[in-house]
Design a binder for this molecule. Sequence first.
Ligand SMILES: [Zn+2]
Length: 254
Amino acid sequence: MTQRRSVIAGLAALPLIGLLPRGMAFAQAAALAGDTLATASGDVTIHPIHHASLIIAWGDQVVYVDPVGGSSLYQDLPPPTAILITHAHGDHFDPPTLEGIVGDATILTTDQVLGKLPAGLKDKASAAANGDSVDFAGIKLEVVPAYNTTQDRLQYHPKGVGNGYILNIGDKRVYVAGDTEDIPEMRALTNIDMAFIPMNLPYTMDINQAADAIKAFKPKIVYPYHYQGTKVEDLPALVGDAAEVRLRDWYKES
Ligand SMILES: [Zn+2]
């Protein structure tokens, strides 16, 4: 570990890091910290940022999901090779943050977000809809629905507007749910190795709905995210043997 830290510190001291040969990308990506998932395409690193923002990295790919909060949050991290945006709400989509971090990355998002992107970002972006399957960051990406079903929450996330995403990385399937309740399409998912599931009211669902969905589609590993105000410590008992629940601090002060 000490050795790894000193390598990172050494890289950070290099003024021309952007000009490093491609092989150095791996060492640079070591600045990401978090759990890993072994896949046929190498280890995937999961780096929570805050709330709904996270980074999923493997090989040469560094995928930022719903990056918000200002570009300074990301300045010490490897730059994105690609960016996924689930929907247009401010805790998922922030044009100034995107402008600060986008570099050469491509952006994949919804029609609605595409329509809100400033010109400089729109040139790098494309939209995909629920049900689409697209080539993205060198993998097959499945675009899945994310919406509210409870009567007094329908206005937050109407069906067909927002996206969830399944990243097929090597032999593993990583599901980022976006803002959604325990919709039938989630319950019907199969072979999910890792799932990021929101649970907060009034915008998504409560912990019991989340646990019920998890018990239905049985992801191998589940991370509660987008859970502000929810007692996620209760989730493992609610889920039982259906999934390994990984509680991480998505709200630490920094
Ligand atoms: Zn939302």
